[in-house]
Design a protein around this ligand. Structure first.
Ligand SMILES: Nc1ncnc2c1ncn2[C@@H]1O[C@H](COP(=O)(O)OP(=O)(O)OP(=O)(O)O)[C@@H](O)[C@H]1O
Ligand SMILES: [Mg+2]
Length: 263
């Protein structure tokens, strides 16, 4: 039998989650769930080479809430896709706990995504011919230790809509279904690419409230890409990308609730 590791960073993949405790003031966080070292993603199209991500070092603590800001084309989605195992780096190292993602083959990345990552995108990607409950069940049917569909829908306050079809829902409701689908498998990582990009002010706030609640109540490590700098107020740390590099990292003095944000 293995001894229990006393360093949580090396704990097994299914190990305990410790919630959203504050990381120390200086980087890097003690318990990194994600670690990138000199991470690069270069796209080659004909003779053109685009350094979408260039030598990024990054540690994300367990339970942390990170907001990723940056101009269009600065590499935000590229970074998120690498963290979520949707893409592989051209160079550099990427670790999820003690699993090396940068060397992983396609099957390993698929298993990583299925077991550990929930994605939320700007456009909700719901299946129009399935009801709300059926859309969420697509995930709970194949996950190891999922919530029930109704638990996931209750977390996003959509139980009354469980038998509706996506076309019968507002944009914000559809995004909340997408969030329920992303978190129903109890992922360790929730990765959101402009989750409020298509939503109006009030609806966007409601969706952010759901994301903040999942981060805090389930301890889900969360990364949110946004063009809306006001959302930074919700974060433990705010990272700004410029031309494929992390230009600066800020730690707001206090995490605000979405209700306290205005833009
Ligand atoms: N498949 C691809 N092939 C070639 N270049 C790509 C590809 N995907 C992204 N890029 C380039 O990589 C750079 C970073 O793109 P990325 O999508 O990460 O930006 P972003 O910060 O998410 O931008 P936005 O805010 O517009 O979504 C851009 O210059 C983009 O044109
Ligand atoms: Mg993008």
């Amino acid at each position: 039998m293995d001894d229990e590791a006393d360093d949580l960073a090396d704990s097994p993949v299914e190990g305990p989650r410790t919630g959203a405790e504050a990381a120390p003031a200086n980087d890097p966080p003690a318990q990194a769930v994600l670690r990138a070292r000199r991470l690069c993603r270069v796209y080659r199209t004909g003779d053109t080479e685009v350094r979408a991500l260039w030598e990024v070092d990054l540690d994300v603590a367990r339970g942390e809430f990170i907001v990723l800001l940056g101009a269009s084309g600065s590499g935000k989605s590229t970074l998120l896709n690498l963290l979520g195992g949707l893409d592989r780096p051209s160079r550099g190292e990427l670790w999820f706990e003690d699993h090396c993602l940068s060397n992983a083959d396609e099957d390993t990345l698929t298993r990583y995504r299925r077991a550990h990552v929930g994605f939320v995108f700007q456009f909700y990607n719901l299946i129009p011919s399935l009801t709300v409950a059926e859309n969420v069940a697509l995930v709970t049917d194949i996950a190891d230790q999922p919530m029930t569909v109704d638990e996931a829908l209750a977390l996003v306050a959509l139980m009354p809509r469980r038998d509706h079809f996506p076309s019968q829902l507002s944009g914000g409701e559809q995004q909340r279904v997408a969030i329920a689908r992303a978190i129903a498998k109890r992922p360790q990582l929730l990765l959101c690419d402009e989750p409020t990009g298509a939503l109006d002010y009030a609806t966007g706030k409601r969706v952010l409230e759901v994301i903040a609640r999942i981060n805090q109540e389930l301890g889900t490590t969360t990364v949110v890409i946004t063009h809306n700098a006001a959302i930074s107020g919700m974060a433990d740390r705010v990272m700004r990308l410029v031309d494929g590099r992390i230009d600066r990292i800020d730690r707001p003095p206090r995490r605000l609730s979405p209700a306290e944000l205005s833009w």
